[in-house]
Design a protein around this ligand. Structure first.
Ligand code: ADP
Ligand code: MG
Length: 436
């Protein structure tokens, strides 16, 4: 790519950084801008990147490139030079095993709340570099888009800042691929040495190891070696690891040997705090009622919340208008009609009552028997997490209770979610039944 094109591309990607998600940004960073016979081409590294750009990023790219006088372009898969220098290629596959830490994921831009504060505190503690056996490994588990990878990268970045240069970050999928590649290319010694010499090992989404037996065996040895050397290990998983089918028992028991913490979907206040935080980072003047509107309507996870904010932001940018309720409604109309259909208080109450085999009348009654209080509290917690209703409104529906009762119920359930893995699984199951 010529210097000029390189410059334009860097500018475009830099500008879009605020408008698109981290994953989209990583895709674009792997591409470059090219020109052939006066036609502009975005060269993408693989077919997935081409499809991803065509599906999701065409509009924003058109807009951003038009600012540089490029009004039309195509997207192609970049074909590597056929006769690349083989020694150079070999060297590359020999030396790089870990993935880059995402430097945008820091503790300073992670918003703490009841749903994630244990995970946050634990990751911070590990990143302080004071090794503690009780925290090794640190395993963070929870549903998608809740901040597990963010915390893992933040811990890696912080450890790096403290002078630990050899922080190895890999998704379990990359671990498996690199392991297979090392077997194929007979570079197992290099693979083993790289992993076992890490100052800290960060493995994201360990559930991916399920069913991959030889990768698990290798991982087991890597784990033991680093554990014996007292090197911090951080793992994330999309569910409680004991529940992963196809994962060897000895790995499950290693994973659970240190500290296991969960992350739950953010409550309303945390969603508001996250929105305000992200808006100020974007320099986006987000009126409180617009923030409330988004926080009420997008309750599933932080990734969706961010996506919703970005949609509103992008629409404001394109229309050159400040954030208003009208723009927010327009930007989120598809999303809202999809979610509001299913999640009503009635729906939550029915699903929970059914699950715990109690009646709706019991749920609303003043009875304090544990077999009734718990379902009531769970339903209140779900109502707060998944709907736009205030604690006062929720209290009202549940037998005219006060809003502080709802808050206490939520605290109690938050605590159970942290302390009791079985309960946490039940809760997730209920969430899935409700959200469909
Ligand atoms: P997971 O790994 O749990 O699927 P990620 O760590 O990828 O989720 O988070 C999804 C997105 O949400 C990321 O852009 C991340 O920065 C953001 N995010 C998640 N939790 C928070 C939080 N508490 N504060 C700020 N941003 C968050
Ligand atoms: Mg992740």
């Amino acid at each position: 790519m010529s210097l000029d094109l390189e410059h334009i591309w860097n500018q475009v990607v830099g500008k879009l950084g605020d408008l698109i998600s981290q994953d989209d940004l990583i895709t674009l960073r792997a591409c470059f801008l090219d020109e052939e016979n006066g036609k502009y081409i975005i060269q993408a590294p693989n077919i997935f990147a081409v499809q991803h750009i065509e599906k999701k990023l065409l509009n924003v790219l058109e807009l951003a490139l038009s600012k540089h006088g490029i009004s039309s372009f195509s997207i192609q898969m970049h074909t590597p030079t056929l006769y690349a220098n083989p020694s150079k290629k070999e060297k590359k596959s020999q030396s790089i095993i870990g993935q880059e830490l995402i430097k945008e994921y820091q503790f300073s831009n992670f918003v703490e709340g009841g749903s994630n504060n244990n995970a946050y505190a634990a990751a911070r503690r590990v990143s302080e570099g004071l090794f503690s056996e009780e925290f090794n490994p640190l395993l963070i588990y929870g549903g998608t888009g809740l901040g597990k990878s963010h915390l893992m990268h933040a811990a890696g970045n912080a450890l790096k800042e403290r002078g630990k240069s050899n922080i190895l970050y890999l998704t379990a999928e990359t671990f498996t691929n690199e392991f297979i590649k090392a077997l194929r290319e007979k570079s197992m010694q290099h693979f083993v040495d790289t992993l076992r010499n890490a100052d800290a090992l960060l493995i994201d989404d360990v559930q991916f190891l399920a069913g991959k037996n030889s990768s698990q065996t290798e991982f087991f040895h890597t784990f033991n070696s680093l554990f014996d050397k007292k090197r911090p290990i951080i793992l994330t998983c999309d569910r409680y690891p004991k529940e992963i089918e196809g994962l060897e028992d000895r790995l499950k028991s290693r994973f659970g040997a240190g500290l296991t913490v969960s992350i739950a979907p953010p409550d309303y206040e945390t969603r508001m705090a996250i929105l305000q935080n992200k808006a100020s980072y974007l320099n986006f003047d987000l009126a409180p009622e617009v923030a409330q509107f988004i926080a009420h309507n997008v309750a599933s996870n932080v990734r969706d919340l961010e996506g919703a904010l970005r949609k509103v932001y992008a629409l404001c940018q394109f229309q050159n208008q400040p954030a208003s309720m009208a723009i927010a409604q327009e930007a989120l109309k598809d999303l809202i009609s999809a979610t509001s259909k299913q999640i009503s208080l009635e729906n939550i109450r029915n699903v929970v009552a059914n699950y715990y085999k109690i009646s709706i009348a019991d749920m609303d009654s003043p009875r304090r028997k544990a077999s009734i209080t718990l379902p009531r509290q769970v339903a209140m917690h779900l109502a707060r997490a998944l709907t736009r209703h205030s604690t006062t409104e929720i209290g009202e529906v549940f037998g005219k209770r006060d809003h502080t009762t709802v808050l206490n119920a939520c605290r109690k359930v938050d605590k159970l979610l942290q302390d009791d893995a079985n309960f946490s699984e039940e809760y997730k199951g209920l969430t899935m039944m409700i959200t469909g």
